[in-house]
Design a protein around this ligand. Structure first.
Ligand code: HEC
Ligand code: HEC
Length: 432
């Protein structure tokens, strides 16, 4: 009988415990009622832990960004004005009241790099952690998920406000920031090219973009000569969505492990035998298919990160300027324009297998061919579109406006939409 009671409890803890050093079974004899309470408390803990990981955990990646690239040395010379100009954001809630008052009164010298260091010291730069020695000198730095996947509401000033987790930072010039690193040897060694070539690739990305596949296949540019980078996507509105990333690499926990270990260079184990392939010559050479570390600082965080990301609801759209047009657009979306055959409410991606061929959506297969499934694009969940108009639409921002997206579908699917109908569809998209 005792075993019968213990078994469900073990499963409960295994499912909601993310710290490997926590006990999997408690000594107390479990009653069913206790088990239910435990689940609820545990979920809340996981959510809070996931938020903390998303915002503040570097997974030990300062060993790469600081100790190897020496990016902190570049950061130490950067004024707050320059930092804001390359898209870094400042978390208002980390600022002491005195500093908020000084900012409001225009008394903070935004041209003084010492102010950047002071902001780093109080953990106010979103997604970046500075490491300081006891003389107050900046000795290293690491990055977090929030670096790319959070922004702020600009409440105090442009780039300074309350955190908005999950909103893609389309101002952040990741390539430019990395290109400032005094030592690019880790990239030149990995990619087998010289520093000028690495810089040329990094500077081709531009604001709001990053190329997660560069360190796998070494492709810096598309056949048409344009950058191979993709837009930073939303990390909200992902609950109920099957495949993740533009080309469907896998689930949220898969991709989180991938990013934390291979892109951020955190210390963690990682497995993906698909990378041991000639499709990914750089990854194959580097042994990315199986990464093993002595102290895994990533895997124990995946459950919390997963729960937190699924909890991030897409932001609500403002009321439409023309509610009638939006209503007509909604009818078209689900009807004659056939959008709803792939973008299904409520997440606005396909229920089930949400992958489609490049031909189905009428674009080239360059980016799709860089993922293990080849030739497939994932139906982008559309909620919160109004928060990500910067940088354009589709994985590489090829369509500057929603009107351009609708024109594309109209041509590709021979929908024969009139200008009015196209405008109605755009009005509806603005309400998602
Ligand atoms: C340097 C910028 C950067 C950092 C740091 C970063 N990401 Fe991303 N993230 C991206 C880009 C770019 C993509 C799109 C990749 C693709 O589709 O090939 C992406 C994709 C994703 C997706 C898929 C979203 C979707 O629409 O399905 C999730 C989830 C995600 N990231 C979560 C995270 C988490 C969690 C972390 C921290 C462990 C993280 N990212 C760190 C840039 C970043
Ligand atoms: C066959 C399935 C399919 C149909 C039908 C379809 N879409 Fe899409 N949609 C996709 C896929 C796949 C993507 C991702 C393309 C990419 O990122 O390159 C996408 C991307 C988008 C985006 C860009 C989202 C972003 O954040 O970049 C918008 C907007 C969009 N679709 C609207 C529509 C509208 C409006 C219609 C109807 C006219 C429609 N879609 C019909 C599959 C479909």
């Amino acid at each position: 009988m005792r075993l019968f009671h213990l078994l469900p409890l073990t499963i409960t803890f295994a499912a909601c415990t993310s710290q490997s050093d926590q006990p999997r079974v408690t000594a107390a004899e479990p009653e069913p009622i206790v088990r239910i309470e435990t689940v609820e408390v545990c979920s809340n803990d996981l959510l809070a832990e996931g938020q903390h990981t998303f915002r503040f955990d570097t997974f030990g990646d300062e060993a790469f960004w600081g100790d190897q690239l020496h990016l902190h040395e570049a950061l130490a010379t950067v004024s707050p004005r320059t930092a804001l100009a390359v898209g870094l954001k400042v978390d208002e809630e980390a600022l002491p009241a005195s500093l908020i008052a000084q900012l409001a009164a225009g008394e903070v010298d935004l041209d003084d790099p010492a102010v950047t260091a002071a902001l780093l010291k109080i953990d106010a730069v979103v997604g970046v952690t500075g490491k300081f020695d006891n003389t107050g000198k900046l000795t290293s730095m690491g990055i977090q998920c929030a670096f790319c996947h959070s922004t702020v509401d600009d409440h105090l000033a442009p780039g300074i406000g309350k955190r908005r987790d999950g909103w893609p930072n389309r101002d952040l010039d990741v390539g430019k920031i990395i290109s400032l690193a005094p030592n690019l040897t880790p990239f030149t060694d990995l990619l087998g090219v010289d520093a000028d070539t690495v810089k040329q690739v990094l500077l081709s990305w531009g604001p709001g973009k990053f190329d997660a596949q560069l360190i796998l296949d070494g492709k810096g540019f598309r056949p048409d000569g344009k950058s191979a980078a993709t837009l930073i996507p939303a990390a909200y509105g992902l609950a109920g969505v099957n495949q993740h990333t533009y080309t469907g690499w896998g689930s949220v926990p898969y991709w989180n492990a991938f990013v934390a270990v291979l892109e951020m260079h955190g210390q963690g184990n990682f497995d993906d035998a698909r990378l041991d392939s000639d499709q990914f010559p750089v990854a194959k050479r580097a042994g990315f298919a199986h990464v093993r570390v002595t102290e895994d600082r990533v895997t124990p965080k995946l459950a919390g990160l997963h729960v937190y990301q699924l909890s991030l609801a897409a932001p609500k759209a403002p009321n439409p300027a023309d509610a009638n047009a939006a209503a007509r657009g909604e009818a078209l979306f689900g009807g004659a324009a056939k959008c709803g055959s792939c973008h299904m409410a409520p997440a606005f991606t396909d229920s089930g297998w949400n992958m489609h061929t490049a031909d189905e959506i009428g674009i080239d297969d360059f980016q799709a061919s860089r993922s293990p499934d080849k030739n497939l694009y994932r139906t982008t969940p559309l909620l919160g579109l109004h928060t990500r108009s910067k940088g354009g639409y589709y994985h590489d921002g090829r369509f500057a406006t929603l009107g351009d997206v609708v024109d594309h579908y109209d041509r590709h699917m021979s929908l024969g939409l009139t200008a009015e109908k196209k405008a109605d569809l755009v009005a509806y998209l603005g309400t998602l």
